[in-house]
Design a binder for this molecule. Structure first.
Ligand code: NA7
Length: 541
């Protein structure tokens, strides 16, 4: 293709938010193009094909709300869908709403340059594709940029190695193989029991043990499905007004200290036996805010780990003790701790016995070499900011986004970065991100951006920006919200602690999706306060 094609809007990413952005922006009558790095739609659920990959939010709610026909027609076979079902759903949506024709696949955007004379973004991709657009909607995912730790010698390894989020479509046979997996976050915990079933031997390299709770996944019960389908509009409305963009039934929600120790234990036992991980965390109201309350629940969970894992030394290694439960994303598993009772699974504590290098035949720790045929990196992501900074984004005066964010990301309301006009992020830093249910929160954010663009077009505006003082104010709100919780207490990817050298900043707005929506709406209603346009603008909403 020669020359750059001109669009009103370029959308980066055809994951769940990007797909909805195509649908929504098209309704504005604007020209658009979506560039997607993969050869299919689905984003997270396209890339993460590792064994055991499954969503940890119930599928009846982890799905689009924008079309009643879609939510009535679609059938989710399981409570918590496996990757393949989510990918099939994304494909169905792309076809049902005619979105595919707007997408160029295998087109990884690696350059975004704002031309301030033209007020247009110049977009370039690895495959040579170029385009320009008045607006860019970056729906490129907060868990997209892979983190492969820089162990010396990886290039000398004679076996195969994979990062879980770039898993080969054809799958990886483990039969007869000695497999090593590094990482025990949500991903590692899902993969371990599945790999253990077929591998000759599985060695799990654990740096920090995780709190994991039973997922209780099962086939979708027809009555449960019917209850959702008969009440979708009401339930979706409740989700849009909820702090986690989720539908919550039968909330118990009282302080741990409202109960006697015996009552607490009974409640926790009942919760353990029936409530999946995220629900379990809402058994009491103060698990996330009071260290004392948190310790009671954490100790209960450690007790469960000790009761499942037969070898007491291994059980102790698997017990998380260094951070409060819930301060990192709670994991949900199907037979994770039980996997350590198998003869073919070994646990290595790499905090006590660190990995020093990859050798041609395996992984070396200080204690010696572990011979391996396959290494699986379940080592997570350069989360929230990585997918943006890896795109080589330059704004006004040629400023590089990486320089702007050198001390941590700054945004206004999670959407805009001062000095990078007409660039809207979905699930960007300072938005509720993974602390809200991402499909619903993404729909809302896309609707918000579409509303802003509609207002700009109606007013004939060319440029929208924000100012550093408004970024500072918003960052302060983000920081204050996190400060009221125990989330800062863990070295999680929420604070960038998993990436060496990344500034420690709480990157997610934890004040609640409901509060976030309210704050965004207030600023717009207040004459677009904090937004900077090339000339004044009135809000239509
Ligand atoms: P996570 O949650 O970031 O987990 C990554 C795991 O990899 C975690 O156990 C890390 O230990 C471990 N890790 C990372 N770097 C290393 C090195 N250098 N050496 C040893 N171990 C390492 O990523 P996931 O993919 O599991 O989950 C991401 C999100 O997806 C999850 O939160 C859900 O929202 C869905 P650490 O804890 O940093 O010591």
């Amino acid at each position: 293709m020669t020359g750059s094609e001109e669009y009103d809007v370029v959308i980066v990413g055809a994951g769940f938010s990007g797909l909805y952005a195509i649908h929504r922006i098209r309704q504005l009558g604007l020209s658009l193009r979506c560039f997607e790095a993969g050869d299919g739609v689905g984003g997270t659920w396209y890339w993460n094909r590792y064994p055991g990959a499954r969503v940890d939010i119930e599928s009846m709610q982890y799905s689009y709300s924008f079309d009643e026909g879609l939510q009535q027609d679609w059938k989710w076979p399981e409570y918590f869908s496996p990757q393949a079902d989510l990918e099939a759903y994304a494909n169905h949506v792309a076809d049902r709403f005619g979105l595919r024709e707007h997408i160029e696949f295998e087109t990884r955007v690696n350059r975004l340059r704002f031309d301030e004379a033209e007020n247009r973004w110049h977009i370039a991709a690895e495959n040579g594709r170029t385009a320009t657009a008045k607006y860019v909607v970056a729906a490129c995912g907060s868990l997209d940029a892979t983190n492969v730790p820089a162990f010396p010698g990886l290039d000398t390894f004679r076996g195969q190695w994979y990062h879980t989020s770039k898993w080969p479509k054809e799958g990886v046979p483990f039969e007869g193989k000695r497999v090593g997996i590094i990482g025990t976050g949500s991903t590692g915990i899902q993969a371990v029991p599945v790999i253990a079933r077929t591998a000759e031997h599985l060695t799990v390299f654990q740096r920090t043990p995780a709190y994991s709770l039973p997922a209780y996944n099962r086939a979708t019960d027809p009555e449960y499905e019917q209850a959702w389908k008969a009440n979708y509009p009401d339930r979706r409305a409740a989700m849009f007004g909820n702090f986690a963009a989720s539908y919550m039934e039968n909330e118990q929600y009282r302080s741990v200290f409202d109960y006697t120790p015996e009552e607490r234990l009974r409640i926790l036992e009942e919760a353990w036996a029936a409530r999946n991980g995220l629900l379990f965390m809402r058994t009491f109201s103060d698990i996330g805010t009071s260290l004392e309350a948190n310790t009671i629940v954490a100790e209960f969970v450690r007790g469960k780990i000790r009761s499942i894992v037969k070898d007491p030394a291994v059980a102790e290694m698997l017990c998380p003790k260094t951070y409060p439960i819930g301060a990192k994303r709670i994991c949900m598993d199907t037979g994770y701790f039980e996997a350590y009772n198998r003869d073919n699974v070994t646990l290595v504590d790499v905090r006590a016995d660190p990995i020093t290098e990859v050798t041609p035949t395996g992984l070396r720790t200080t204690a010696g070499e572990h011979e391996l045929d396959i290494i699986v990196f379940a080592t997570g992501f350069d989360a929230v900011t990585g997918s943006m900074t890896r795109m080589n984004v330059t704004g006004l005066d040629g400023r590089d986004l990486r320089d702007k964010w050198a001390d941590g990301p700054t945004t206004y309301l999670g959407f805009l970065v001062a000095g990078f006009p007409n660039l809207f992020m979905i699930h960007g830093p300072g938005s509720p991100g993974v602390l809200a249910q991402m499909i619903t929160a993404g729909e809302w954010q896309v609707d918000f951006v579409a509303g802003v663009i509609a207002d700009m077009e109606a007013a004939g505006r060319q440029r929208i920006d924000t100012a550093p003082e408004w970024e500072q104010r918003w960052n302060l709100e983000v920081e204050q919200a996190a400060g009221q919780t125990l989330y800062n207490e863990a070295d999680s990817w929420y604070v960038g602690a998993n990436i060496p050298g990344k500034p420690r900043v709480f990157m997610i707005y934890i004040g609640g999706f409901d509060r976030y929506k309210q704050r965004c709406a207030e600023q717009v209603a207040n004459g677009y306060e904090g937004f900077v346009f090339d000339a004044p603008i009135g809000a239509s909403r």
